[in-house]
Ligand binder design. Structure first.
Ligand SMILES: CC(=O)N[C@H]1[C@@H](OP(=O)(O)OP(=O)(O)OC[C@H]2O[C@@H](n3ccc(=O)[nH]c3=O)[C@H](O)[C@@H]2O)O[C@H](CO)[C@@H](O)[C@@H]1O
Length: 373
């Protein structure tokens, strides 16, 4: 927290200028929402936040205008050398230079990032200037950038304790993954759905999941026939999103009120991104998880396994999931209230209370101790 300082001319106490932090988060809801939750908590405590992102990515539409957005030309890393390697490296070098200049000229006091490729220039630039950097990793299996650069960070905050085994050399602390503030209190649902019906939500992460959408639409008639209502978050890229209609079925490309929706949901069908899983735990929602088969290093399956082991979720690999099996699994679960209740209780066990405040507190401590040096 910025402390008040005596004004040397008047002798009166005046507020010190706010501490400036650069938040580097880009591309997907899974990276942006935890960073936003933390940024809002820090802003409420007097910190001044600037965002580091990339042109044409989700941050350009999702970020509140109160945070200035500085864009660098980063692109995803390839594991193997290929025709694009030179371009990617030159973009990395340009991004590091631009971030360094920004940090210096703006007199920033630290960098916060939720991983992904935008984390690389942010961490490298901060390190080259001797500034603290705080990295949050929400996945069980950390991404490449986290594995490569976490040693250079002042501290690595983890969503799941299990991640420590993959980062033996990092200064890691488990804080849970920050969730948006409206998840913390009952949030009304903005659809007209009767209180006494079972509600299922189908979600494919921040971009939707076309394969899950197709499967869900095939099975939906049987589920609806059984009296279930369905909210289907299709994402923006599904060209058949309007191909199925029913009075108790809502298809929407993107939901702005996930807190209200998941709090009301009796069973979620979902990909296994860390953001959604954290929210399912926060809202104590049982789930059937279908990890994205092409996610880097199959990391969604590692996320899902934690929920399956705890008894909070069932997992199916996309390739093995037929519409008959899916229809039946969902109906069996919805008909077994004790089983749903038990899964909800186990889901709750996986949530970390006050994760946003824990992460914000860690950031404050790191920034304060760097300022004392
Ligand atoms: C395809 C892929 O590699 N996805 C990764 C991406 O997250 P991705 O964004 O795909 O998925 P996540 O489940 O982590 O996050 C989705 C976020 O978007 C929000 N949402 C979603 C739909 C909607 O209609 N409205 C809405 O607000 C969800 O509430 C959640 O907060 O980064 C995550 C964190 O590193 C990873 O775990 C995911 O594996």
């Amino acid at each position: 927290m910025p402390t008040d300082a005596p004004d040397l001319n008047s002798g009166q106490t005046v507020p010190a200028s706010p501490i400036k932090l650069l938040v580097a988060a880009s591309g997907t809801g899974g990276h942006l929402y935890p960073a936003l939750a933390a940024a809002e908590a820090l802003e409420a405590q007097g910190y001044d936040i600037t965002w580091l992102g990339v042109n044409n990515r989700l941050e350009t539409s999702l970020l509140p205008s109160k945070y200035p957005l500085v864009q660098v030309p980063m692109e995803g890393f390839q594991t193997r050398l290929g025709p694009k390697t030179g371009i990617v490296l030159s973009k990395l070098v340009r991004s590091i230079r631009q971030t360094r200049r920004l940090l210096q000229q703006g007199q920033f006091q630290g960098v916060i990032t939720t991983g992904g490729y935008i984390a690389a220039p942010a961490i490298i630039a901060a390190r080259s200037l001797g500034l603290p950097s705080i990295l949050h990793e929400s996945n069980v299996l950390p991404g490449k950038v986290t594995r490569w650069f976490s040693r250079w960070c002042s501290v690595v905050a983890l969503g799941f304790e299990a991640t420590t085994q993959y980062l033996p050399k990092a200064n890691a602390v488990t804080v849970g993954t920050p969730v948006r503030a409206n998840f913390m209190s009952p949030t009304p649902l903005d659809f007209d759905i009767p209180d006494d019906v079972l509600l299922m939500t189908v979600a494919g992460g921040s971009q939707g999941a076309v394969a899950v959408n197709r499967l869900a639409r095939k099975c939906a008639p049987a589920w609806l026939e059984a009296g279930v209502w369905i909210v289907h978050l299709t994402g923006e890229r599904d060209d058949q999103a309007d191909s199925f209609t029913h009075p108790h079925y809502r298809a929407i490309p993107f939901c702005d009120n996930m807190a209200g929706l998941l709090q009301r949901t009796n069973l979620a069908i979902s990909r296994a991104g860390a953001g959604t899983l954290t929210e399912l735990a926060t809202t104590h929602t049982p789930s059937i998880l279908i990890p994205y088969p092409y996610a880097a290093e199959d990391h969604q399956a590692y996320n899902a396994e934690i929920f399956v082991k705890a008894g909070a979720a069932r997992m199916f690999r996309e390739a093995e999931l037929t519409d008959e099996l899916f229809t039946k699994t969902v109906l069996d679960l919805l008909r077994s209230q004790p089983q749903l209740k038990e899964m909800a209780a186990q889901s709750q066990q996986l949530s970390t209370a006050d994760s946003t405040e824990k992460f914000a507190q860690l950031i404050r401590e790191v920034i304060q101790s760097a300022n004392l040096r």
